[in-house]
Design a protein around this ligand. Structure first.
Ligand code: SF4
Length: 778
């Protein structure tokens, strides 16, 4: 570690590379077939006591996801509308809360001791372990360390940099999915008053494909089902999703459904414990049992074989309808509510069964079994996550799901519909608040009227375009409201270079992460309050609001004293940034009383009420226990606000990914000790991986073909349009994954995801289907 401030080391080491690990520490066990239960309870207890202590931990957890409490900063799974249990959280929610509410604080001395370069040599796990950021910090031009800066000087620095840009489009304002509705609304207002739509957000890397796909074919880019619908579904299809790790409370919902006889079908390349069996941690009497079986059918589809499989399910339905007309499809629904069925059916008849079986990897008899379940189910819900959204053909994936649902009228009625499950607690709300590079003209019109200005109309940068703009020198100031931009985005080397080319990088964060260590010429880290923290501007306790994955808006009030007085709310930070920056311009932004908004969040909600449909009487309605549902025309009245005013059937080709002999298709996944880019531990309990993350899960036959054995070290090379990228030293683990498919954890494998490999229409990085080769490490 360097202790010599501002003396550059002779050979600077890259700070963006996730360090290699001691692969000898890695332990490989059999994957588990059971989620929840005692291990989940033990982990929750240990994380609580280790990070928060018993008293602080108990105080926090008893208020998690409760009326009058705070919204879990983990995923966007909803809370029950009615009575709630005393413990409305899961193991991974506990990890998210414990690591945010930790009593450990990073001091100014910490940054004196550790140079940025030395911090870069530490693992992501180690960085997260250091505790909450406690003070605003700056890295000056040429500096090797962060040093303290006063809040007002930080705002002036940002304002000066923004003022110095020749064009507002040289600034990028990124948002992560934790940001509250109120902070997000102010942030987008500020960015647009400043003059740009450069508002990428974390959904560019995840459910952007869902939003684009659903908007086109059903007129709304969100789930149309509610939590209650799960109790009326006869079948639930879970596609490309690992709820046991990523939305664990969904398992309790699935368990209730399974117990009343609902059929659950899991479609995923990997068998996951969370869709196999579940012991509910709150059901003490079941702790020693074998748990509730969840999926009645598991279809181990090839990586990116979903379009082929869905075509197989639908072709089989069409064929059965032709054999028994009027008994299989909901022809009345199709006639009244949909457009394009004939064209769709004609195209589907042309697809061969050989191509379907080859493309999906699922034998025809298993497709038959799934269709037997479909025809016996009056109501079907399809849920999905990143396994569907991060492919070149991701938009087609979701539109095939909609085709599948439309065939039997499984949309806009009880117990049926599409349910994209969002991975971050307010990623959906941020979009509703206007965080998007491509705002609807009507939204801009209203925004302009309410605030008396002309919002920019030019489309802004999403995450990938923003990275390219920074890399090419077209963007010079990067401000991130939350998140870990470097680790969430593809092509780590390229993205790191892009960030280092900026004049100023700013991260508004709760914890230290790798993005802070890849700086522009100057850099700021601004410590922000988390969901668990009391937010008390000028002695007035405030609450914020969020929107969950089912479109319910609810209040969230922090309960714990912040661990440092120097930590500020996102609203304070955005408000002051706006105030100082817009003061340079004598426009309408300088007339807004930002102080007033920062002191009383009701005032922000009042402005949201005036601007965004569905938020009328916002403050009053959100105080109702459980909050309120946003309008959802599909769910509410089977109204499809599409170009045809109907739900649209669509036709998509079978995806063709060209692979040379010996090449494999890699998907990136999360471990169980990981939440998005935050690494809480080094285990992936359900998959039997302990004390390590640089692993590659491979089919045994693919290993043998390459002469590889369990525990061997390999380097992985990705191939895209004649370019290669390599990540070194991954341990091979034999795993029940379809042949020619492999899986690795992100962010370690992000370096392999080419910046130009993106989904059609949504521009989402294709992190779930990357062509790779593996070579023994020498
Ligand atoms: S399911 Fe998601 S929102 Fe609920 S407690 Fe777990 S992580 Fe938090």
């Amino acid at each position: 570690m360097s202790k010599d401030r501002n003396t550059p080391s002779k050979k600077p080491k890259p700070t963006w590379k996730v360090p290699l690990e001691d692969h000898k520490a890695l332990k490989i066990e059999e994957p588990s077939k059971l989620a929840g239960g005692m291990p989940a309870i033990m982990t929750s207890l240990s994380e609580t006591t280790k990070e928060m202590g018993v008293l602080r931990g108990g105080k926090a957890l008893l208020k998690a996801n409760q009326q009058g409490g705070f919204d879990c900063p983990g995923c966007a799974w909803p809370d029950p509308d009615d009575d709630r249990a005393i413990t409305e959280f899961c193991e991974n929610g506990v990890k998210a809360i414990a690591h945010e509410a930790t009593t450990k604080v990073i001091t100014e001395e910490f940054f004196q001791r550790w140079s940025i370069e030395a911090l870069g040599q530490q693992s992501d796990y180690w960085l997260n372990q250091q505790g909450r950021l406690g003070h605003p910090m700056v890295k000056e031009a040429g500096g090797t360390h962060y040093r303290p800066i006063a809040w007002e000087d930080a705002f002036i620095k940002m304002a000066k940099h923004l003022h110095a840009l020749e064009d507002p489009n040289e600034a990028i304002f990124y948002t992560s999915g934790r940001t509250s509705n109120e902070a997000a609304f102010l942030y987008q207002l500020f960015a647009r008053m400043y003059g740009t739509n450069n508002l990428p957000d974390s959904s560019n890397m995840c459910h952007e494909s869902s939003s684009v796909a659903l908007k086109e074919v059903i007129g709304i880019g969100k789930s149309t089902v509610t939590l209650e619908d799960f109790q009326h579904a006869d079948a639930i299809f879970i596609l490309g999703q690992n709820p046991g790790t990523n939305h664990p409370r969904m398992l309790a919902t699935l368990q209730q459904a399974a117990r009343r006889g609902c059929q659950i079908v899991s479609i995923n390349p990997l068998p996951e414990a969370g869709t196999t069996r579940f012991i509910h941690p709150q059901e003490f009497t079941t702790w020693l049992g074998h748990g509730t079986p969840l999926a009645t059918l598991f279809l181990p589809v090839k990586v990116n074989g979903d379009v082929a499989l869905l075509k197989g399910l639908m072709k089989e339905l069409l064929e059965r309808e032709e054999q028994q007309p009027g008994t299989i499809l909901d022809t009345a629904f199709i006639q009244q509510y949909t457009d394009g069925f004939e064209h769709f059916a004609r195209a589907l008849r042309q697809v061969s069964w050989d191509d379907i079986v080859e493309g999906s990897g699922i034998p025809r008899e298993d497709i038959h079994k799934a269709v037997d379940l479909v025809v016996n189910a009056k109501s079907i819900i399809c849920t999905w996550a990143m396994g569907m959204t991060q492919h070149k053909n991701a938009v087609a994936n979701m539109q095939e799901i909609i085709n599948f649902l439309l065939l039997r009228g499984n949309i806009g009625r009880q117990g049926a519909g599409p349910c994209p499950v969002r991975g971050h607690s307010n990623v959906q709300g941020d979009r509703t608040m206007g965080i998007t590079e491509n705002p609807a003209p009507e939204f801009l019109e209203t925004l302009g009227k309410v605030f008396d200005f002309h919002p920019p109309r030019q489309r802004g940068h999403d995450a990938v375009r923003g990275i390219k703009a920074m890399h090419e020198g077209r963007a010079k100031v990067f401000i991130a409201l939350g998140g870990n931009f470097l680790s969430a985005t593809p092509d780590t080397d390229y993205t790191a270079e892009a960030l280092t080319r900026c004049r100023l990088t700013v991260h508004i964060s709760t914890k230290l992460n790798r993005a802070h260590l890849v700086t522009g010429n100057e850099a700021l880290i601004l410590p922000a309050l988390g969901r668990t923290d009391k937010d008390n501007p000028n002695g007035n306790l405030q609450y914020v609001t969020t929107e969950n994955t089912m479109g319910i808006v609810q209040a969230s009030q922090g309960q714990l004293e912040p661990v440092s007085p120097d930590i500020k709310s996102e609203i304070y930070i955005v408000g002051n940034l706006a105030k100082d920056t817009l003061a340079y311009r004598k426009g309408p932004g300088s007339r807004i009383n930002w102080d007033h908004l920062m002191d009383n969040y009701d005032e922000i909600r009042s402005l949201i009420s005036q601007t965004i449909l569905g938020f009328e009487n916002y403050t009053k309605r959100v105080q109702h226990p459980g909050g309120f549902y946003l309008p959802n025309p599909v769910r509410d009245s089977r109204t499809f606000l599409t170009s045809t005013n109907k739900a649209n059937f669509t036709v998509h080709p079978l995806p063709k990914i060209t692979r040379e002999p010996g090449q494999l298709l890699m998907t990136t996944i999360r471990s169980h000790d990981q939440y998005n880019t935050t690494i809480y531990g080094l285990d992936d309990r359900y998959r039997g991986v302990k004390s390590g993350r640089r692993v590659i899960l491979m089919n045994q036959a693919d290993m043998e073909e390459r002469g590889l054995a369990k525990g061997d070290l390999v380097d992985i090379t990705s191939h895209h349009e004649g370019h290669t990228r390599t990540a070194e030293q991954f341990t091979v683990i034999p795993y029940p994954i379809p042949r020619t498919c492999v899986a690795t954890y992100f962010p370690e494998a992000n370096v392999l995801v080419p910046i130009d490999s993106v989904a059609d229409k949504s521009n989402t990085p294709t992190s779930k289907s990357i062509v790779v080769t593996v070579h023994r490490h020498s």
